[in-house]
Design a protein around this ligand. Structure first.
Ligand SMILES: Nc1nc2c(c(=O)[nH]1)N[C@H]1C(S)=C(S)[C@@H](COP(=O)(O)O)O[C@H]1N2
Ligand SMILES: [Mo]
Length: 249
C-alpha cells in the first residue's frame, strides 16, 4: 500500500480519537460508540500495518537536537533520588506476574543482554514530536527469559513516579509486547537515559503515541486482565482522561 494515503488516514483517525477523547463524557452510549471506534481503529491499524509492521526509523542526522521531558520529569521518592545519584547501582528491574521465572535484573545485567538501537519519532497528543535514538533490550527477550506463561494476555509497566498523585502505569497486548521495536531503553542518543526522559528505563512501543511510552519503569508484569489495576483503563491517561488504550500512531 502506498505510504501517503495510509499515513494520512491513520493521522486522521488519531486526530479523531484525540478530539473524541477530549470531549468524552460519562454517557454510556458515548462510551460504547467510542469503544467501537477504538476497536475499529485497532483492527484497521493492524490490518494495514501487518502484525509485525515496523514504525519508520530515521537517520542519525535527523535526530532532534533536544528531546524534551513531558509529564513527570523527576521522581520524588528518596530511594530513586539516591539511586539516580549513584548510577542506579542497586536498582532492580523486575519481570513478574504470570511468568515461571521471575527476574530482578541489575542495570549491568540489562546492558549485558542483546541490544537493539532504533531512531524513531515520538508523537505526543499535546501536539509535539521529537526524534531520538533509543538503545535497550527487546521486551520479547525479557519475557522469554522469564518464561512468560501462555495465559498472559497483557504486559503492564509499573512506574516509579506519581503523576497528579497517582502511580503512572501503562499496558500493551502480546502482539506489541513481542514487536521487534518494543524495547526497554536505557540510553537516549548514546547517553544514559536522562532523568527527565525516565531514567534508568523507559519503554519504546514505536507504533503508539507518547503516553504509552512509560518512563521510570520498575516492574514489568504479565497479566490476564488489567481490570483490577488503577481504575481499570490499562494506563494512567486511559483512567484519568479516557484516552484510547490502543494509541496507534
Ligand atoms: N512514568 C511516566 N511515564 C510517562 C509519562 C509520565 O508522566 N510518567 N508521560 C507520558 C507522556 S504523555 C509522554 S508524551 C512521554 C514523554 O516522554 P519524554 O519525557 O521523554 O518526552 O512520556 C510518557 N510516559
Ligand atoms: Mo504525551
Amino acid at each position: 500500500m502506498a505510504d501517503l494515503p495510509r499515513r494520512s488516514l491513520l493521522a486522521g483517525m488519531a486526530a479523531l480519537g484525540a478530539s473524541a477523547c477530549a470531549r468524552i463524557n460519562d454517557s454510556e452510549t458515548t462510551q460504547e460508540v467510542f469503544k467501537a471506534a477504538e476497536d475499529g481503529h485497532r483492527v484497521l491499524h493492524r490490518a494495514l500495518a501487518g502484525k509485525q509492521g515496523l514504525a519508520k526509523e530515521f537517520r542519525p542526522d535527523q535526530r532532534s537536537p533536544t528531546f524534551r521531558g513531558n509529564g513527570s520529569v523527576t521522581v520524588a521518592d528518596p530511594f530513586y533520588q539516591d539511586q539516580l545519584a549513584q548510577g542506579f547501582a542497586d536498582w532492580k528491574l523486575e519481570v513478574r506476574g504470570l511468568v515461571d521465572k521471575p527476574l530482578a535484573l541489575s542495570l549491568a545485567e540489562v546492558k549485558g543482554l542483546p541490544q537493539r538501537t532504533q531512531i524513531t519519532r515520538h508523537d505526543c497528543v499535546e501536539g509535539w514530536s521529537a526524534i531520538g535514538e533509543w538503545q535497550g533490550v527487546q521486551l520479547g527477550h525479557l519475557l522469554d527469559m522469564a518464561k512468560v506463561r501462555k495465559e498472559a494476555r497483557f504486559i503492564v509497566f509499573r512506574c516509579a513516579d506519581l503523576y497528579r498523585g497517582q502511580p503512572y502505569y501503562e499496558s500493551i497486548d502480546m502482539v506489541d509486547a513481542y514487536h521487534p521495536q518494543t524495547i526497554i531503553a536505557h540510553a537516549l542518543n548514546g547517553e544514559p537515559l536522562p532523568e527527565k526522559n525516565g531514567a534508568p528505563y523507559r519503554m519504546r512501543i514505536e507504533r503508539q503515541l507518547g503516553y504509552k511510552q512509560a518512563k521510570y519503569v520498575q516492574a514489568i508484569e504479565a497479566v490476564t486482565s488489567f481490570e483490577q489495576i488503577g481504575q481499570g483503563g490499562g494506563g494512567f491517561w486511559e483512567d484519568y482522561a479516557g484516552y484510547q488504550w490502543y494509541a496507534g500512531v
